[in-house]
Design a protein around this ligand. Structure first.
Ligand code: PLP
Length: 376
């Protein structure tokens, strides 16, 4: 028997979540965002789970290569474009859609084109469509509004097909500057005379701002069943389902009495007789080390009438490298070998993240290599 921790990826849930996006956006084109190894879910499961998406968006050419090897024939978008001119041949080979966010990238393209025969140049421009990125207030990547037209005209002059993209800083908050409205107005104004598709909405904007759905939406986190705000209640009405179920088992039990402590630093001090479950999952698996007392862990306790039933108990003591400790005092039925869910359908990842002052995004991306992954 191996160490019992497992990250199960539920392909059907990814499919269902994509369908929910399609429905709330009235069947807009969808870039399924699969950066960071599909938010920790693996590129392989992303291909299966998002087979109905119109394109996949990511950062790394290695992943692009893997996607094409695995048979993905639809669009692929490189969200940050090329990191050097050396990447251009692969961009052409794999027929990527390419973000251009600064003049340096434009120079690389122009330079590269100038060394091609006209036949090769036509091939390049027929295979690679450009998504020009506007910095509408995020101030991370993108052309400022005043430079955008110049970049656009330049790319059109070179003969590229050009589309438009921007990214919101505060799509999950109504009153923080710049608001979605501020950024959308700049995007609309800047691109109004230009041809091409427009794309702006991440998960938050998909959920909160239907008027900015534009031609292509770019959902990430919601496809994996977590909330862009970090609050599960904000997505509860949508019935999004978790892409990842992180589970393990109780591998030992300690009965302790009042005054006894648990784990490193003796953070937990028993106020009464306490039954402690030791679970095979620690920070070396990606479980957040900063998880506080009471972080929910779901314990599977099948009953004769409900085989899937269970209860949530709280984490006690510090998270170790390979183990966590949980309070089983209220559930004497739990024993060695009892299954627990660290996050998943019974224990939303957002709730776990909240207890570590982070968001589901970080937890799902942080599951480590040593955790076996099973794609269901
Ligand atoms: C990550 C990312 C997204 C997806 O964001 P979510 O909040 O996960 O929906 C969309 N667009 C760009 C440019 C991104 O980098």
């Amino acid at each position: 028997m191996n160490r019992p921790i497992l990250a199960a990826i539920v392909t059907q849930n990814l499919k269902d979540n994509l369908n929910i996006v399609k429905n709330i956006t009235n069947q807009r084109f969808v870039w399924a965002v699969i950066k960071a190894n599909a938010y920790g879910h693996s590129i392989k499961s992303a291909i299966d789970g998002f087979s109905q998406a119109d394109g996949l968006a990511l950062l790394d050419l290695q992943d692009v290569h893997a996607l094409r090897e695995m048979g993905w024939t639809k669009r692929i978008l490189l969200l940050e474009g090329i990191f050097s001119a050396h990447e251009i041949p692969q961009v052409i080979e794999h027929e990527c859609n390419l973000v251009v966010h600064q003049f340096l990238q434009l120079e690389w393209l122009e330079q590269y084109l100038s060394n091609l025969s006209s036949l090769e140049a036509e091939n390049f421009k027929s295979k690679v469509e450009i998504w020009l990125k506007l910095n509408s207030g995020m101030n991370r990547l993108g052309f400022k509004s005043g430079e955008y037209g110049l970049a656009y005209n330049h790319l059109i002059h070179l003969g590229f097909k050009v589309h438009h993209l921007t990214h919101f800083a505060n799509a999950d908050e109504a009153n923080i500057f710049p608001t979605v409205e501020d950024q959308w107005a700049i995007f609309e104004h800047t691109t109004q005379w230009m041809d091409g598709f427009k794309s702006a909405a991440n998960s938050s904007a998909i959920l909160n701002s239907p008027h900015v759905h534009a031609d292509w939406v770019r959902p990430g986190i919601m496809l994996y069943g977590a909330s862009p705000t970090g609050k599960h209640q904000d997505i509860a009405h949508l019935a999004l389902k978790p892409g990842m179920i992180l589970s393990s088992e109780i591998i030992a039990i300690q009965e302790i009495t009042k005054g006894d402590t648990v784990g490193y630093g003796s953070r937990f001090v028993a106020k009464q007789n306490t039954r402690v479950g030791i679970v095979a999952c620690g920070y070396a698996d990606g479980y957040p080390r900063h998880a506080k007392e009471g972080t929910p862990v779901w314990v599977h306790l099948p009953s004769p009438t409900d085989h899937q039933s269970g209860v949530k108990v709280g984490l006690i003591g510090r998270v170790s490298m390979d183990m966590i400790t949980i309070d089983l005092t209220t559930i004497p039925q739990a024993s060695i070998g009892t299954k627990v869910e660290l996050w998943g359908a019974n224990n939303p990842i957002d709730d776990v993240a909240m207890f570590s002052d982070t968001v589901g995004y970080e937890l799902m991306c942080a599951v480590t290599q040593r955790v076996p992954m099973k794609v269901l």
